[in-house]
Every structure is written in C-alpha cells, then in structure tokens.
Design a protein around this ligand. Structure first.
Ligand code: PBG
Length: 327
C-alpha cells in the first residue's frame, strides 16, 4: 500500500472541530432577509395555509413581529402589502397611506436600525393581479407601467424605505426608478433589483400569501423562461447599466447555476431569493416526518452561499436564527 501515491482528503474531516476549521461557507443572521406580509385591518395574524409558520399581520401586530426579528439578530425585512381595496391601476401601491407606506413609517419610528426593503410592484394592488397596467389589447403595458413604479418607489422612500426592490420585470424599471428617486432627493436610496426573475411555479404559495395571483393569463410575457441561461446575463447586465445596487436571482433552488453565473459576471452584492414554493416543500415534508428540517434548511442555504449568494431572502430566517442562537 505504501508505494501508492494518493491524497488523503479525509485528514481534514476527522472531527467536528477540524471540519469547522476548513469550512468555506457559513450562514449568519446578518445574511438573511425576512419577507413580511402586512395586511390592512386590525387584529389580524393569519397563518398562510400553504406556508406554515408564515403570517399575514396587521399594523397592530407589526411591532411584535419586528421586535422578535431584532431579538433573533435579523436585521432586514422585505415588505409586501395586502390592501383592502384593489383597482385596475393598483392605486394602493403608491398611495401615501398605503399599507406598506404605513408599515415603513411605523417600523422606522419604533425600530430605526431595522433595514427596511420595500418590494416595488403592482400585482398585490391591481384587481387583475398583473404587475403593471393592462393595455386595451390585454397585454401588460411596459412603458405606461413605469411611471407608476416610480411613484410607488418614491412614496416608499418618503415613508422610510432604506432599499427599493422593484420586482415586476418591466424593462427599464431600474433606470426609471433611479431617475425618479434622484429627482425626489433620494440619491442615497439603493435599488435591489429583481434582475433575474423567472416565470416560476415555485411562486404559487406566495400568491396565496400576498393574494396576488393573476386573474387571467400568466406572467410569461414579463418574467423569464426557466429554460434560459444567456438571457439571465442580458437581464443582469441591463440592470447593472441602469444603476442597480444589488442583483436578485429568483428562485434559488433550481437556479443555483444562474446564481453562480451572475456572481462571476458582476461585482454587485448578490441576493438569492429562496421563494415560497421552496419553503413550502420543505415544511410539508418535515411535517410528514420525511426529512430532517433543520439539516435540510441549513444545507440548502449554505449551498446558496456556496453558489455565490451574499444575501438570502428566506421565510426560514427565523428558524435559522433560532438554530444559530441555540448552537
Ligand atoms: C411580486 C413578487 C412575487 C414574488 C416576490 N415578489 C410574485 C410573483 O412574481 O408572482 C414571489 C416570492 C415568493 O414566491 O416567495 N411580483
């Protein structure tokens, strides 16, 4: 045996301490962004049926929620609003008293160090559930929708959003929002662009949570075809050119190759969105006792970091923070 020449990789795996010493990627609570669904009304804390452990909360439960996150060491939240009234133009998305605007004011007043990220889109606010205005011929009108995105972003920045996160996949939304924010005096407000967003079946449970399913058709005319890779480079390059400060790739699990590719091409902070369907699959299997939830979640999120994610938007954030605190 002694004349064989081979490497002893197992030397570095002999104990937990040794493995920790050579571990290349880690999850920390400051990497995690927690999505929050804020709903109009009072005394609402409703669990989303397809997302166990995720709640729609009204403003009177918001402080409790944010304070729990702070105690867990989670420093940023991504806000989605669920208005009482929806209309064709998504008015509640850019209204000064909209639910997200009110949430932002409340969070910034009571928890000034919490980083607030506002999802900038119309789909939760439009009666038809699409991410922009509907043209007479039935398609989503890109250029007519842009000014409403700008108005939404400005109203969110005014209410105290630390970061604007446009997610509608309208062409030019970063350029339009950057210009709008600058002119309104928000030169310092960064844009976290959903640059590479696929038309994915993994968003199903989110649409229950945000009550934002399209009432006709689908989003394939604006979100990307899951079969495409080079298209992701074009999307990311456009957003970088237009002034994005962060790039999101979404979903994550089936798109690890894209996370890696975009990371290698661009130097902006890379964000992976571990979406609702990815969360629900894990929860369902865990509830059936088929998988070890903690091990699966930590393995998955660590793999996203290995793929190149600097930050991860995840519904698992609280669980992960709890596990980290306990370890
Ligand atoms: C809004 C938006 C969606 C998600 C984030 N922002 C839904 C969609 O595009 O249909 C999905 C998030 C998730 O599934 O967790 N446009």
């Amino acid at each position: 045996m002694h004349d064989l020449n081979f490497n002893r990789h197992r030397r570095l795996r002999t104990s937990n301490a040794m493995r920790e010493l050579v571990r290349e990627n880690h999850i920390t609570t400051s990497d995690l962004i927690y999505p929050l669904f804020v709903v109009e009304g009072e005394q609402v804390r409703t669990e989303v049926s397809s997302m166990p452990g995720v709640f729609q909360v009204s403003l009177d439960y918001l402080d409790q929620e944010i304070s729990e996150l702070e105690q867990l060491g989670i420093r940023s939240v991504l806000l989605f609003g669920i208005p009482k009234e929806k209309d064709e133009e998504g008015t509640q998305a850019y209204c000064e008293t909209g639910i997200v605007q009110q949430s932002l004011k409340q969070i910034k007043a009571n928890f000034p160090s919490m980083v607030t990220i506002a999802d900038t889109c119309l789909c939760e606010y439009t009666s038809h559930g699409h991410c922009g205005l509907i043209h007479a011929d039935g398609h989503v009108d890109n250029d007519k929708s842009l000014p409403l995105h700008v108005q939404t972003a400005i109203s969110q920045a005014k209410a105290g959003a630390d970061i604007i996160a446009p997610s509608s996949m309208m062409d030019g939304f970063v350029a339009a929002i950057r210009k709008g924010l600058d002119e309104a005096g928000f030169q310092q407000t960064p844009i976290m662009s959903y640059a590479v967003k696929y038309a994915s079946a993994f968003y199903g449970p989110f649409r229950d949570a945000a009550e934002s399913a399209p009432q006709f058709g689908d989003r394939k005319q604006y979100q990307m075809d899951p079969a495409n890779r080079r298209e992701a480079f074009r999307e990311a390059a456009s957003d970088v050119e237009q002034g994005a400060d962060f790039l999101i790739v979404k979903p994550s699990l089936a798109y690890m190759d894209i996370i890696r590719d975009v990371k290698e091409r661009h130097d902006l902070p890379m964000v992976a969105y571990n979406v609702s369907g990815e969360y629900s699959m894990v929860k369902a299997a865990a509830q059936n006792g088929w998988i070890d939830e903690k091990a699966i979640v930590l393995e998955t999120l660590t793999a996203m970091k290995r793929a190149g994610a600097d930050l991860i938007i995840t519904y698992h954030a609280k669980d992960v923070a709890n596990w980290i605190q306990q370890s």
